[in-house]
Design a protein around this ligand. Structure first.
Ligand code: C2E
Ligand code: MG
Ligand code: MG
Length: 595
């Protein structure tokens, strides 16, 4: 406050001691006093004339805005309004003043000469001429910037993840709702939600510690941000789960491309202090459609698709289709039932003969599991084995199948000297059970079965999943004398040289090749492929079994290619124990048997 002002106030403080004056004098003096008050008050003050020209600005306002007073007094209010004042508050302010409507407080964001903004709330009064027309407006303001900043900070904290600074679930759902609203209003607007789950986060967190886990999450969020456009929202839902709203898709295929971009980005290791960490992401994509009511539903569907991506072997993406939801619900029920299936003896095995194509003699059986569901009837392993793999139930189920198959083959052949083998399917999940080898050995011992009567079938894709440990375990099993067979061969896209690292006795050519062989389109290529496989197998001392042989035509062609063994409806379907016993005793499948 300026010294003169203080003097002034002091002089006029004792009203009673003032000498009597005329009314005009008093008014004139009050005008001057009012002006002094405006000039000296510790609040921003201004007088606006027509067109929002600033007739007067006090020192406080000048300092607040960082301009000399006379400079401000040559400007209009519009010149001072921040470019960010998108709400048009200043315009509304002056509009209302023009209409003499000044009941409201007005908040205006002003731009300072330093480049920052101040938010000022103004209280105003209108100055009228003798005829009652408004000629100017006096406004006194309060600088509320700091208050607003704090509130904004609190709001920010409530809507963002503390670790990564990304929007949290609430803000994510809000943004998603905005996108859904736009989709309702604009025919051509499209959005999509990606649900991203880091695949190995738990392992990294547990092995390297939480500090590294946090670093990884921060790095991962940076990577995700870099994979999308500025208008897209990347949020952390919690743990290692992230979600993305892709806004205004350029085309339908865009979400896939973003998913691929994310996979590519994660292919580079993330540097964490002394360690490089590799992580991959499983991604579920939900394409926004107008049929969605709630943002939670879109997120749920993306989550569902992500779970499918995980189940299909991680580091991949899946696009949600509506049948997935129904399926997810059905799966949930079936899963509960499957847990009880073992205790309730609802599982049983059927046996499909593996035969020599030349004379239909039997060399072994493949044990195939079946589930007699109490209400649904017979459930195919195609349906419940993947589920068992997802839930881990494959471990006890697999062990049960192994025991049951070994028990059966031991019983059948206890009196026979001929070494028939039984083939048992092994899921890749089972390969990571540390006790697998000893489990297998003790089953063999229990039924006094020689190891070369057991063949373990593992799919080519299963083998590719965890190659290092798989190779080790297969080697141990092979050393123990157990036979190893590669199932569904040709579908896993592994290079042949790669396969040679594994100790393999048998290749089972996938039935899709056997089928394609007699098709007109790809028939010749497939023939050549099968020829190559048979030649390779022979050179490596492996046996080849053609799967899914259904016709005489197929049999003839396969035999001509040098393939000697087959499994398929042409010879016998999977048989019940009773029927298999007959085949066992004859060592041959009957001539007439078809599908
Ligand atoms: P897979 O091991 O490749 O078994 C061969 C499948 O082909 C069997 O289906 C069999 O019934 C079918 N098949 C046999 N001959 C023909 C034919 O001529 N034409 C056609 N179209 N199909 C034929 P299934 O029994 O439904 O088993 C399907 C898959 O389920 C198996 O494929 C295997 O991957 C899995 N599976 C079955 N039992 C078990 C098990 O005990 N453990 C594990 N881990 N997986 C199992
Ligand atoms: Mg098999
Ligand atoms: Mg197969």
């Amino acid at each position: 406050m300026r010294v003169s002002g203080t003097d002034e106030l002091e002089r006029t403080s004792d009203v009673d001691s003032l000498p009597p004056q005329s009314t005009d004098d008093v008014l004139r003096e009050s005008e001057r006093g009012f002006q002094r008050l405006l000039e000296t008050m510790q609040l921003p003050a201004m007088i606006l004339g027509h067109g929002a020209t600033i007739l007067f600005a006090n020192d406080y306002l000048a300092q607040l805005l960082g301009y000399p007073r006379d400079h401000i007094q040559s400007m209009t209010l519009y010149d001072l309004v921040s470019v960010r004042d998108r709400t048009g508050a200043a315009r509304e302010f002056t509009d209302r003043l023009r209409r003499c409507d000044i009941d409201h407080q007005f908040e205006v964001e002003l731009q300072t000469s330093r480049g920052d903004e101040r938010i000022v709330t103004w209280n105003s009064t209108i100055l009228q001429d003798a005829s009652g027309h408004g000629v100017a407006v006096v406004s006194i303001g309060i600088d509320v910037t700091d208050q607003r900043d704090e509130a904004a900070q609190r709001l920010h904290e409530a809507l963002h993840d503390g670790l990564t600074g990304l929007p949290n679930r609430s803000l994510f759902l809000e943004r998603l709702e905005t996108a859904m609203g736009r989709a309702q209003r604009h025919e051509r607007y499209r959005y999509s939600v990606l649900f991203v789950d880091l695949d190995r986060f738990k392992v990294i967190n547990d092995s390297l510690g939480h500090r590294m886990g946090d670093r990884l999450l921060m790095e991962a969020s940076r990577v995700l941000r870099e994979c999308v456009e500025p208008q897209d929202t990347v949020a952390r839902l919690g743990g290692d789960e992230f979600a993305i709203v892709l806004d205004d898709l350029p085309d339908e295929d865009y979400p896939r491309r973003v998913a691929e971009r994310i996979h590519d980005a994660f292919a580079t290791p993330i540097a964490l202090e002394n360690n490089d960490a590799f992580t991959t992401a499983s991604i579920g994509i939900a394409l926004g459609s107008r049929s969605y009511d709630a943002p939670e539903d879109v997120l749920r569907d993306a989550d569902n698709a992500m779970n499918r991506a995980k189940a299909k072997g991680k580091a991949r993406y899946e696009i949600f289709d509506p049948s997935m939801h129904k399926k997810a619900v059905a799966t949930l029920h079936l899963e509960t039932d499957l847990r009880r299936a073992l205790e309730r003896n609802e599982l049983f095995l059927v046996y499909q003969p593996i035969v020599s194509m030349r004379d239909r003699s039997v060399v072994g059986f493949e044990a195939l599991v079946r589930w007699q569901h109490p209400t649904r009837g017979l459930v195919s392993p195609v349906e419940f084995i993947p589920m068992a793999e997802e839930t881990g139930l494959i471990v006890p189920i697999g062990l049960w199948v192994l025991r049951e198959a070994c028990r059966q083959i031991a019983e059948w052949t206890s009196t026979s000297p001929e070494p028939l083998y039984v083939s048992v399917n092994l899921s890749s999940r089972q390969l990571s059970v540390p006790t697998l080898v000893s489990d297998v050995m003790s089953v063999l011992e229990e039924f006094r079965l020689s190891p070369n009567r057991l063949k373990l079938e593992i799919t080519e894709s299963g083998l590719m999943e965890n190659t290092e440990s798989a190779a080790q375990i297969l080697r141990k099993l092979r050393q123990a004398g157990i036979l190893i067979s590669i199932d569904d061969f040709g579908t896993g896209y592994s290079s042949l040289s790669y396969l040679m690292r594994f100790p393999i006795d048998t290749l089972k050519i996938d039935r899709s090749f056997v089928k394609a062989m007699t098709s007109t389109e790809s028939g010749n290529d497939t023939l050549e492929l099968i020829r190559a496989i048979v030649t390779l197998a022979r050179n490596l001392g492996m046996e080849v079994v053609a799967e899914g042989v259904e016709t005489e035509d197929q049999r003839i062609r396969l035999e001509a290619l040098g393939c000697q063994l087959a499994q398929g409806y042409l010879f016998a379907p999977p048989l019940s124990v009773e029927k298999a016993v007959v085949v066992m005793e004859n060592r041959r499948v009957p001539e007439s048997r078809r599908g």
